[in-house]
Design a binder for this molecule. Sequence first.
Ligand SMILES: [Zn+2]
Length: 233
Amino acid sequence: MFIGHFGVGLAAKKLAPRTSLGTLFFAAQFLDLIWPIFLLLGLEHVRIAPGITRMSPFDFCDYPISHSLLTSVGWALLVGGLYYAIRRNWNDALIVGLAVPSHWVLDLLVHRPDLPLWPGGPKFGWGLWNYWVPEIVLEVAIFATGIWLYLDITRARDHIGRYAFWALMGFSFIGWVASLLAGAPPGVRSMAWGALSMWIVIPGRGGPTNIAKQSRKIPESIRARNFTSSFLR
Ligand SMILES: [Zn+2]
């Protein structure tokens, strides 16, 4: 699962319109953002095993800190809690927090039974990575739905915003296709360093999600309220 996680981040904008897309991507991808760090520290392990599933050459033999359901809830409390500490908005903090374990749920659909409920606990995974067509249809559907919901609640501030948004979507899509076609990487360490490049989705000035930032459409309810108050004045 790759662009499916981005689809969740895009869709979450509908529920938390004030939250930046970078933050929503960060939350939806959080488990995969910390995973390469634990790999490089030697705390989690992965084997490169071409053919273990049809679409992914990785044997995720040991990743209890980043990818157990229980720890993902812990990471959700941390990320959502930090967001609340900064922004002081329960709704948005809840959506940001929920986006974190959404990653585990989507991974559950595609992984082999390698996702533990808790560190050392029973492992689950429904193995959609063994079926090219349904996996690709599912992932494209989640991504496309996310884009649709995102565009429904935002509008581009200018041409740069519009092109940057579609460039970011295209870049993500092509990156996903390339990863499917690339086959097995040469080694775990180089793969882990490569995976760290995903931190580029972090919110920040000059970052791709910030350049692609869209303004919120003004909700009908607010427009109506303004109209009423000016009428009564
Ligand atoms: Zn993952």
